[in-house]
Write a protein that binds this ligand. Structure first.
Ligand code: AP5
Ligand code: MG
Length: 213
């Protein structure tokens, strides 16, 4: 099962990816998480990406495509994977198609989590994330069982550096200009499915499970 979660920043991609990992036992590939790990490790790629991320701009396609090429070649992707936050531009989507063609695999489903812009700011400014496993929570909408502790791995939760009201505006602008056109790209290929991402977290999960079977 090769799945892609599609949607605006804060639409719930990371939250839903965790449920899919548990159900299908396949890895989540979040380019955002990979970039944040590279920043933490202080690599050259991480330091270059940081400038773009802090401003809410997209990291250059060449960097992202390189990351995905390496990640899909890893052993744990053999049974399938969940793409979260990739592809985000038409060139990235075209590169992914080529890469998957060469690997003789294809995307089975793209799930679009539909959430209007006016709900996104509250979601992002109240978010708490796990620096270890990448899980996402929300102080009000999706609180962890113990305050500021990750349900999945027990790590102390943090606030992402790009989760400010100012950066969200830029991230939404990047999304509409560069990422939203992928909706038609995948609709044309007949693999797009839409979900109302404004429902409660667990209702969204059930809707996705129904689509994937
Ligand atoms: P990335 O980490 O991918 O961030 P993003 O796309 O902005 O998405 P988010 O992680 O903010 O949102 P999400 O959809 O995962 O929502 P979540 O589940 O956490 O990318 C960060 C940066 O890296 C980018 O800006 C860019 O610079 C760079 N980058 C990454 N990939 C790239 C690429 N391919 N190309 C170029 N650059 C790239 O949920 C959000 C909040 O809402 C949480 O608090 C959650 O608890 C809450 N919530 C979730 N579902 C619900 C619900 N149903 N109801 C109420 N609240 C909910
Ligand atoms: Mg995310």
């Amino acid at each position: 099962m090769n799945i892609m979660l599609f949607g605006a920043p804060g639409a719930g991609k990371g939250t839903q990816a965790k449920f899919l990992i548990e159900k299908y036992d396949i890895p989540q590939i979040s380019t955002g998480d990979i970039l944040r790990a590279a920043i933490k490790a202080g690599t050259k790629m991480g330091l270059e990406a940081k400038k773009f991320m802090d401003e809410g701009k997209l990291v250059p396609d060449s960097t992202i495509i390189g990351i995905i090429r390496d990640r899909l070649a890893e052993k744990d992707c053999v049974e399938g994977f969940i793409l979260d936050g990739f592809p985000r531009t038409i060139p990235q989507a075209e590169a992914l198609e080529k890469l998957m063609d060469n690997m003789k695999i294809s995307l089975d489903r793209v799930i679009s989590l539909n959430v209007a812009d006016d709900l996104i700011v509250d979601r992002i400014t109240g978010r708490r994330v796990c620096p270890k496993c990448g899980a996402s929570f929300h102080v009000e909408f999706n609180p962890p069982k113990s305050t500021d502790i990750c349900d999945y791995c027990g790590e102390a939760l943090i606030i992402r550096k790009d989760d400010t009201a100012e950066t969200v505006v830029n991230r939404l602008a990047s999304y509409h200009a560069q990422t939203a056109p992928l909706f038609d790209f995948y609709t044309t290929r007949g693999i797009m499915a839409e979900v109302d991402g404004t429902k409660d977290v667990l209702e969204v999960k059930e809707d996705i499970f129904k689509i994937l079977g």
